[in-house]
Each structure stands twice: as structure tokens, then as C-alpha cells.
Design a protein around this ligand. Structure first.
Ligand SMILES: [Zn+2]
Length: 215
């Protein structure tokens, strides 16, 4: 299917997935080669690239570093890694486009899987974590009883979260969830740890809805 005719939400998810995957790959090259020019990044190594638990842990460490001056590898900091990746992207737009094509074909949820995720055939959509229904979510926003201003710009539909943040937007790892769960879960909690927190969040939302309806 031509890129132009893809649903915008799928395109956005695939873009996000590529950003993450490219970041992970370039981080791997940086770690392995210790070359700040990332000269080892090319089609052949991207095609063969498979992330390891060790690499994903290093990647998350860099992502979550409280301070960009944190040491990362090869006596350099997280900031040096960021700079190397940024510079590589500025100097290699053609190669990046080629890597994107490979990513889209092999490393992201397919359009069919995506459509299944947002299919309402089995009934109304619900947040996978807190079980809030999409209609409840929309009602909360429409009634104006939500204080999150960003929701007005971020849209009124559910979002996509990687169940296990160590894996990307791959088939089987993408959860449909509400804005609040996506924000609260972050990369800190695993699905099992987050479930009771999510259910408590939904209870608070329903209470707010009930209070508003009864007044
Ligand atoms: Zn939720």
C-alpha cells in the first residue's frame, strides 16, 4: 500500500517505531565500534541487526539518564551519544531513508495487526490497562472535567504503548491504552505491576463521571 493512503494513526506509530529502532541500532554501533562518526552504520549491518537484552538495557539507561553528562561508554557521556546520532542523521539522509524502508517491512506492527488492535468488532474499545471504555474517555473530555490541557491538542483517541519497553512496536507488544495510563506506566512498571494502579485510576475517573452526572 502506498504510504499516502495509510491511516494517519498507523503512519504516526510506524514513524515512532522507526525513530526508536534507528536510535537503538545507532546506539549499538556506537557501543560496539566506539566510533563517534558511526561509520559502521550501513545497510548491511542494519539488515543483520538484532537487539540483545544487554543492548536494550544500555539503551534504556541512556534514555532514562537523569543527566546528559552521565557516563555512557568509551569514556563518553550520554550527551556525546546523542550528538553522534544527531550528526549521523544530518549527514546520512539517503541511507536513513533506506533503513526506514527495511524497518517498515520487518520491524514494525503490520497494518493488518494495527487494524486488528483498533477493531471494534468485538465491542467497544477499552484501555488495555485500566479498562476504561473509549466512550467513557471521550465523555470525560467532552464534559470538560479533565484538567489535562494537553489532551485537547493530543487528540481524543486511545494511544499505543509498548507493553514491554525493552521491545519496540513489534507485533504482540503493542497495547491500546488511554492517555493517563500511557503517561503513568512510563517505562517504570511492567504490565503486571501497573494493572492495580490502572484499575485505581479508572475507578477515580468513573467516580468523577458519576459525580458530574448526578449534579
Ligand atoms: Zn487506561
Amino acid at each position: 500500500m502506498a504510504t499516502e493512503s495509510l491511516p494517519p494513526r498507523y503512519k504516526a506509530l510506524r514513524r515512532r517505531s522507526f525513530e526508536r529502532h534507528l536510535d537503538l541500532y545507532l546506539t549499538a554501533i556506537y557501543l560496539l565500534d566506539g566510533d563517534s562518526q558511526l561509520g559502521g552504520a550501513n545497510l548491511a549491518t542494519y539488515k543483520k541487526f538484532e537487539s540483545t537484552a544487554e543492548l536494550r538495557a544500555a539503551y534504556l539507561r541512556a534514555e532514562q539518564a537523569p543527566n546528559l553528562r552521565e557516563p555512557f561508554a568509551h569514556s563518553r557521556t550520554v550527551q556525546d551519544l546523542d550528538k553522534a546520532i544527531r550528526q549521523w542523521r544530518v549527514t546520512n539522509p539517503v541511507l536513513e531513508a533506506e533503513l526506514r524502508t527495511i524497518h517498515d517491512q520487518h520491524h514494525c506492527l503490520s497494518l493488518t495487526d494495527f487494524q486488528q488492535l483498533i477493531s471494534t468488532q468485538a465491542g467497544e474499545l477499552a484501555c488495555e490497562y485500566c479498562e476504561l471504555k473509549e466512550s467513557e474517555f471521550r465523555r470525560l473530555i467532552a464534559l470538560g472535567i479533565v484538567r489535562t490541557k494537553r489532551l485537547r491538542t493530543r487528540g481524543r483517541s486511545f494511544e499505543f504503548d509498548c507493553r514491554d519497553p525493552q521491545h519496540g512496536y513489534e507485533a504482540g507488544n503493542v497495547a491500546l491504552c488511554c492517555y493517563w495510563c500511557n503517561n503513568a506506566k512510563t517505562d517504570e512498571f511492567d504490565v503486571e505491576e501497573f494493572k492495580p494502579i490502572a484499575l485505581a485510576l479508572a475507578a477515580a475517573w468513573r467516580q468523577r463521571l458519576a459525580k458530574h452526572t448526578s449534579t
